[in-house]
Ligand binder design. Structure first.
Ligand SMILES: Nc1ncnc2c1ncn2[C@@H]1O[C@H](COP(=O)(O)OP(=O)(O)O)[C@@H](O)[C@H]1O
Ligand SMILES: [Mg+2]
Length: 243
């Protein structure tokens, strides 16, 4: 990897007295896809939130191009090129697909972010978003809503895209459709962090992976070369056997 686009260094995060992350060292290179796997409650969403400036963290715990940016407010993170597809999608219900996407276009404009993503390009990636442009988002299927959420993040012209369990609750066919968009996103030079509970999917869609267990990294390596046994050890801790 030629220099990390984004990295964390001993990243810790707390919710009040509860410590959720214990010193996470992480890095991602340009155009790389890195999966973050781990059981429910391992700290995956917390990691993304901490990186995104949605939780208080020390500035040198998160770096972009080597520069300390930890704790930068989320809006400024978007300005610096980090966008999140949050857990549970968080769309503006009562608004159409088009209006949800326009919020992102306006945000990017306001923040002065330029890039290769336009509404028409997004419509080529996910044609259904064009067909359903005037449909209120709450009338869409889960997969279509996820496409809106991804679209919204892409229209912020990210250099790093953080995806929080984008496959959750979706049918296999829809998951394939969504994951099929990744190569084009990465072809822009965008780096993608994929938080996934589906280990097989995470492995096949990423270059490298990190496994979290109770707020600590228990495994990291090239996705193609870590074994199933290594993953199950890392996922559940020493006392468990195979997944
Ligand atoms: N808002 C919160 N307040 C207190 N504890 C939280 C909060 N969000 C998450 N946690 C706790 O932090 C830990 C990590 O949660 P989370 O990052 O959501 O895990 P994951 O995304 O891997 O399922 C869990 O023990 C969870 O209960
Ligand atoms: Mg989560």
């Amino acid at each position: 990897m030629t220099g990390a686009v984004l990295s964390t260094h001993g990243l810790v995060a707390r919710y009040g007295d509860f410590q959720a992350l214990y010193g996470i060292d992480f890095q991602i290179g340009q155009g790389e896809a890195v999966a973050l796997i781990g059981a429910n409650g391992a700290g995956k969403s917390t990691f993304l939130r901490a990186v995104m400036g949605l939780l208080p963290v020390a500035s040198d715990m998160v770096r972009m191009g080597g520069q300390p940016i930890g704790g930068t407010p989320a809006d400024r993170m978007v300005q610096r090129g980090v966008a999140i597809v949050p857990e549970g999608r968080r769309l503006f219900t009562g608004m159409s697909v088009q209006d949800n996407l326009r919020v992102a276009v306006d945000q990017a404009d306001r923040l002065g972010r330029r890039g290769g993503w336009s509404l028409s390009r997004l419509h080529r990636l996910f044609p259904i978003l064009n067909e359903k442009a005037r449909t209120p988002v709450q009338s869409l299927s889960g997969g279509q809503q996820q496409m809106v959420s991804i679209g919204r993040a892409l229209l912020c012209q990210p250099t790093v895209l953080l995806c929080d369990e984008i496959s959750l609750g979706l049918a296999p066919k829809v998951i394939r459709e969504i994951y099929a968009a990744l190569p084009e996103i990465r072809a822009q030079g965008t780096s993608v962090v994929l938080v996934e509970q589906d280990v097989g999917l995470a492995q096949s869609a990423s270059d490298r992976l990190y496994c979290l267990l109770e707020g600590r990294v228990t495994l990291t390596g090239p996705s193609g070369s870590v074994t199933r046994d290594q993953i199950s050890q890392a996922y559940f801790g020493g006392s468990h056997a195979v997944v």
